[in-house]
Structures are given as structure tokens and as C-alpha cells.
Design a protein around this ligand. Structure first.
Ligand SMILES: [Zn+2]
Length: 391
């Protein structure tokens, strides 16, 4: 089908800045937009400017008391609680305003899809999937993913599938819709026994009236592209086919990369690119082409995030960038001004092969244990056979 894509971006979103040496540095977004621009990915593409989300929209997902604490925290001389003022979630100036703008950007992207103005939309500043109803967590103040999904459900969308490929469990989004059968959340992440936040076991399946609508695939540390993609394809397409969402929402964190300082999976930008292309194909096949793509984690600020999310932008816009494409001198010189000693990649590839061997049933490879754990737990709840690779 034909598609039109909306890119939501405003440099004002760089104000979501946790400060100092905090890993969640907004330079990653700025360098992504500069790289995408330098490669021509954004040529002729209108960048839609968001408005801050109204508090009523934020309160779809968050308690009033928490929103009040976020608003008052920068002025408060006391501990406001709610996970704020911690090492992970430091208080920063205009925190409520900056966080509301990120939510507003994801809402604008959702609105474009719900109205039919676009079939795809992207907000790379979004994807703050750890924020909980009454507290900040994991660098996330407001859960823009969950607010956007909730909004879609109130504006003509009956079923939403959320696929989260960040290295960490998409716990905040899972929690927001754990009892809601209209939302299928699927999170692929590093095994929670080995990584914060420690949740995301395959046995977390959804509440009593929503059994099977939470799906968790826990991958062992050091999992590489081919094994990750084998697991993705062994679990995600069948569930989307069974669930039949109206919209696919994806959190596209890139902290799965082997160079990411916060986690231990071993993907490459080539694996990321293959993932985005798979998500696009799944949106076409199972969600009428409707795809809301959000950013997420990713802490290798210079070498990884800009390249991976440029591939994401390109995929959303159907302007796929060939892996061997050289990095433009205009972009590398900008990075050199910021970090004169950084060892920069030369191209849009890490030189990894994009292929993988599909899962064929059983436990032939180490990653197949993770695949079987998830399929055994959840496939029967969707009328699918966990043992049959055709399902
Ligand atoms: Zn993450």
C-alpha cells in the first residue's frame, strides 16, 4: 500500500537533558538529525513541531500527585519523592515542560495516524518506556509511549500492538496496559536476571482478563544479530498475525548494540537496520501499514545512536540507506569538534552480515531456549502451537 510518513521534531526537545555526565545526553538526538539531514534522508520532509501535552493527556497514565511533583521539583528545596532527585532521574530545570513536550510529540505522531493524514509517524525523542504511574524510573519522567497508546484507543483505534526492542524490559508500558486486552505489549530484552529493571520474565503474561497480552522474550547476554533476529521472527510475526492490531507502536531503543555502555547484548547497526525493516513489513502485513515509531535508550552517543536512528528515519520514510554508505564529511567534522579524539566509523554499517537462520522448532541453538520459553508461555493463549515453526 502507499504510505505517507510524518516526522515530528523540534530542537526544543533537546531540553530534556538530565545534565552532567548522565548517559541520557540529548546530543544523541541532535547528531541523529544532523546525520539524517547530511545524508539527504530528510530532504523535502516537513518536520512537524509539537506542542507540550496538556496535563489531562499526561494524566491518562500518570497520577495527578506525580505530575504535581514533577512540576514543582525544580523549585522545591525538599525531597519530592516519586523517584525524582535520584542518580537515574535527577531533577532538572523545566523538567515538566521538557517532558510534556516529548509526550506532545508522540501524541502529534499518533494524531497524524489516527486522522489518516499519515500511515507512519516517528518521534525519535520519545520511547520513555520506564516511567510508571506514580514515579520516574530509568531516565524516564513521563511515559509518552503509554500516553500515545491510550490516546489512540480513545480516538477510533480498537487494538494496539506495542513492540519494544530496547535492551531493557518495557516495564512501564507493560504495567500501564497489563489488564487491558486491547493492547498487546511485546518486549524483547536482555535477560532480567542480568539487567535492570529485573522484570520481563516470559511468565509475565497479562492480568486475569488480558492473559497473553503481555509477552516477554528474555535474551541471554552477548546475543548477536543473527540470534536476536531468529528470536524476533520466531515470536513477533505470529503474535501480530493472531492479534490483528489497528496500529503498530514500536519503541526502538538501540542500547542492544555491542558497544552500548549500559548493557550486554551484542547487536550491530546492521542488526538494527534489519529490525526496522522487519517492523515496517509487519506493520504493512498486520496493521494496515500504520506504524508509530518511537526512540528509546541508546548510550553510545557518537558511534551508534546517530547511525542506527538515521536508519530508522530512513526506513519509516521508505528511503532506506545502503549499509556501505559513507558517513558524510560534514557530519564527521561536526562530531570531531565535539570529541576530537573519538574514533568514528566510516560508514553506515558495522560490517555485520544481515542474514539469520530462521528458527525451525526445538532447541538447536542456545537462543532457542529463550524462544521456547516465550512460545510455550504465550502461544497457546493465542491459539498458536508453540512447537510448530509454521505458527
Ligand atoms: Zn534501555
Amino acid at each position: 500500500m502507499g504510505s505517507s510518513a510524518a516526522v515530528v521534531w523540534d530542537p526544543a526537545m533537546l531540553a530534556y537533558d538530565l545534565g552532567g555526565d548522565h548517559p541520557f545526553n540529548p546530543i544523541r538526538l541532535e547528531l541523529t538529525m544532523r546525520l539524517a539531514t547530511a545524508l539527504g534522508v530528510l530532504d523535502g520532509v516537513e518536520q512537524l513541531k509539537p506542542e507540550p501535552a496538556a496535563e489531562a493527556e499526561i494524566e491518562r497514565i500518570h497520577d495527578v500527585g506525580y505530575v504535581t511533583a514533577v512540576r514543582e521539583a525544580p523549585m522545591a528545596s525538599w525531597d519530592v519523592g516519586h523517584g525524582l532527585g535520584t542518580a537515574d532521574n535527577p531533577v532538572f530545570a523545566r523538567m515538566h515542560e521538557a517532558s510534556s513536550l516529548v509526550v506532545g510529540a508522540s501524541l502529534l505522531a499518533a494524531e497524524r495516524i489516527a486522522s489518516g493524514a499519515a500511515t507512519r509517524a516517528i518521534n525519535i525523542a520519545g520511547g520513555l518506556h520506564h516511567a510508571m504511574r506514580d514515579h520516574a524510573a530509568g531516565f524516564c519522567v513521563y511515559n509518552d509511549c503509554a500516553v500515545a497508546i491510550s490516546w489512540l484507543l480513545d480516538h477510533g483505534v480498537e487494538r494496539v500492538a506495542y513492540v519494544d526492542v530496547d535492551v531493557h524490559h518495557g516495564d512501564g508500558v507493560q504495567a500501564a496496559f497489563y489488564d487491558d486486552p486491547r493492547v498487546l505489549t511485546i518486549s524483547l530484552h536482555q535477560n532480567p536476571m542480568t539487567l535492570w529493571p529485573g522484570t520481563g520474565s516470559p511468565m509475565e503474561l497479562g492480568g486475569r482478563d488480558a492473559q497473553g497480552t503481555a509477552v516477554n522474550l528474555a535474551l541471554p547476554p552477548l546475543t548477536r544479530d543473527a540470534a536476536w533476529l531468529r528470536a524476533f521472527h520466531a515470536v513477533v510475526p505470529s503474535l501480530l498475525g493472531a492479534f490483528r492490531p489497528d496500529v503498530l507502536v514500536t519503541q526502538c531503543g538501540v542500547d542492544t548494540h555491542t558497544e552500548d555502555p549500559l548493557a550486554e547484548l551484542s547487536l550491530s547497526v546492521d542488526g538494527h537496520r534489519a529490525t526496522y525493516q522487519a517492523l515496517r513489513a509487519l506493520a504493512e502485513e498486520h496493521a494496515g501499514g500504520r506504524w508509530l515509531a518511537l526512540g528509546g535508550g541508546g548510550y553510545q552517543l557518537l558511534r551508534v545512536v546517530p547511525r542506527s536512528w538515521t536508519h530508522l528515519l530512513a526506513t519509516v520514510l521508505d528511503r532506506d540507506v545502503a549499509p556501505e554508505t559513507a558517513l558524510p564529511a560534514e557530519w564527521t567534522s561536526t562530531v570531531r569538534e565535539l570529541a576530537p579524539n573519538a574514533r568514528l566509523p566510516l560508514s553506515m554499517s558495522d560490517g555485520e552480515p544481515a542474514g539469520f537462520e530462521p528458527w525451525g522448532g526445538g532447541r538447536a541453538e542456545p537462543v532457542d531456549n529463550a524462544i521456547m520459553d516465550t512460545r510455550n508461555a504465550v502461544f497457546p493463549l493465542h491459539g498458536l502451537d508453540p512447537e510448530d515453526p509454521r505458527d
